[in-house]
Design a protein. Sequence first.
Length: 255
Amino acid sequence: MFVQKYNWSYSKPRETKGGIRLRTKRGRTAYSNWWSVRWMRILEECIDSGRLSRGRSYARKGQVTNIEISPGRVLACVQGTKKTPYHISLEFETVSDEAKEMLLMRFREHSSFAARLLAGEMPNEMESAFVEAGIPLFPKRAEMRRFRCTCPDSAVPCKHMVAVLLLMAEVIDDDPFLLLKLRGIDRERLIALLTSEASSENQESEADVASYCEDWEYEGEIIGGCEADEAADTDMPPADDKWFGGDVPVISYTD
């Protein structure tokens, strides 16, 4: 009987210069806050260990050359085995007007909420408030199925996406309000809304809530390399030097 044999070999990715590298060393955990620990736990629950390991290897080697974060979307470039880097698009559901109203009501129930946000803390109640509003704060398995990569791997998420998600865990550990940004909410406007509500709690009608909520949306800054509208059609731009070298960029929220 004729038996066809296949020789499978592992191809190493092409080397990059100035790529974005994980700060965590092998065998060590650098996530000290509940939100980054939660992010990582979700990745471990939704992604098989082999793919997670391969994605971590890419992230440690600096194969991710660009990351752009905007409301509802993360765009990235990852250098694989081919000459042309792979383009990645991670789409996140943003909050609806109805969800914004529900979130605002839940936030107002906690008197210390605005103070904790001002202190740079992400209250534990934030996740449950999002769940009650019908939208997850953290990505779910079904949401990950909408992630896209130009590599030939049919699995979602592929190792290239995993590398980006692992790098995001480190940045979110330092700035948890990126989670709000991904859902289309601006931290500074949310704080302003909550503090104004606290100072005039008995003077505003429920009709004002909807108009306030319109100001939550984040309008501006994108971090990383290529422009969002050109990411899928252009060559890989140079890596952003703010993302590597051990320093995590300061994420600012503009009006």
